[in-house]
Write a protein that binds this ligand. Structure first.
Ligand code: SAM
Length: 363
């Protein structure tokens, strides 16, 4: 059986009276409003994660009259900052804020919109930027400019407001561990066997051989447990001697112990890079949907079950859909009614699929 979730009807709200009454942070909500006004109604320190992608600067006309089509970049950044300041107020001390902003060429010049925004946050000392996670697009839009490379990355900035922030590092891209652990078992055995034979055939003393065998077993264990991706061993008289930089320490080890082990933390390392295709959902009416996969990994990294996730620029509802699937609570704000309706439809559809799964599981 796949996941299942008790459905709480999202409240779709369009009138100010209701907005004024929102104090209950305990149920899922999608609100049709301008987030610059609406975020004022959310209590301070009540949200676990804000994750969002504001409209990019002069990129497209969404038709809702919101942020994005300011005349100059400074006004755009100021509007984004107005929302960001509210986000800092409403997140808990343990919470975090993720903003994904794309860049823009003006007269052939990249304006560096994401970095102007991040610098503004730093200048105001509003929050700490703990990571810039780079989205590497597997299928970027093929632009026609023969004298420019195709832009294929976008930043997801992770900000926190205190060092108490929640951070489940192991949950980020954890599928890589599952995949590589299977491979590692073999890699550990094969590499281990090769080095065992080399130790026995080496000119190391018996004491050095024992030490080498013990350390080798230890490192093979680490590979099998998934703590390490792989390792290399250099044995005196068999391998070329390392030199320079780190080699200084290694050379010393080879001279004193007769061997050195180089640990390789490859895929088990949690790197600030995430690869994903540009999303196209069949029938999606929104022109700028961000990938569910990236949002899923960031929500897993920054929240736990039942935490509250808020997206002030909800668009087609991706954040809410992923939050619902991961059993987090969601609040979404979107200025354009058509997108609110579409987001609700996505949530209903997902919930129905979930109920069908449950029904099948009971048969
Ligand atoms: C880049 S899109 C977000 C797309 C979304 N991440 C998704 O996956 O569908 C930005 C959205 O912000 C909305 N928007 C613009 N200004 C707004 C405002 N002041 N308040 C709320 N929503 C706004 C736009 O209508 C647009 O749907």
């Amino acid at each position: 059986m796949r996941w299942c979730w008790i459905w709480l009807n999202p409240q779709s709200i369009g009138d100010d009276n209701f907005v004024d009454n929102i104090v209950d942070m305990d149920s899922n909500k999608i609100i049709c409003a301008d987030c610059k006004d609406f975020l004022n109604k959310i209590p301070s320190e009540s949200v676990d994660l804000v994750i969002t992608s504001p409209p990019y600067f002069q990129q497209r006309e969404y038709g809702g009259g919101g942020i994005g089509n300011e005349e100059c970049i400074d006004s755009y950044i100021e509007n984004i900052m107005t929302v960001f300041r509210q986000c800092v107020r409403i997140i808990k001390k343990t919470g975090s804020i993720v903003f994904n902003i794309g860049d823009k060429y003006i007269d052939g010049n990249l304006v560096l919109a994401p970095y102007r925004f991040a610098l503004c946050v730093q200048k105001e000392r509003l929050a700490k930027l703990i990571n810039e996670v780079t989205w590497v697009k597997i299928n970027p839009a093929p632009k026609q400019d023969p004298k420019k490379l195709i832009p294929a990355t976008e930043p997801f900035f992770i900000f926190v407001k205190s060092h108490e922030y929640f951070f489940n590092k192991d949950a980020f891209l954890e599928y890589k561990d599952m995949f590589f652990n299977g491979k590692r078992k073999n890699a550990g055995n094969d590499v281990g066997k090769k080095y065992c034979a080399l130790i026995e055939n080496s000119t190391l003393s018996d004491k050095q051989k024992k030490m080498a065998r013990d350390e080798l077993q230890e490192v093979i264990g680490e590979v099998k447990q998934g703590k390490l991706d792989s390792f290399r061993m250099k044995i005196k008289g068999i391998h070329a001697l390392p030199y320079g930089g780190q080699g200084g320490g290694r050379l010393n080890q080879i001279e004193t112990k007769g061997f050195t082990i180089i640990k390789i933390y490859g895929n088990s390392m949690r790197k600030d890079v995430i690869e994903s295709t540009v999303e196209t959902i069949k029938g999606n009416i929104h022109p700028a949907v961000y990938p569910e996969f990236i949002i899923q990994e960031l929500i897993k990294l920054l929240t736990k079950k039942d935490d509250i996730v808020l997206d002030p620029f909800l668009g087609s509802g991706t954040t809410a859909v992923v939050a619902q699937r991961l059993k987090r609570k969601y609040i979404g704000v979107e200025i354009k009614r058509e997108y609110v309706d579409y987001a609700e439809e996505r949530l209903r559809k997902q919930q129905k699929e979930c109920q069908n799964d449950l029904f099948e599981a009971l048969l």
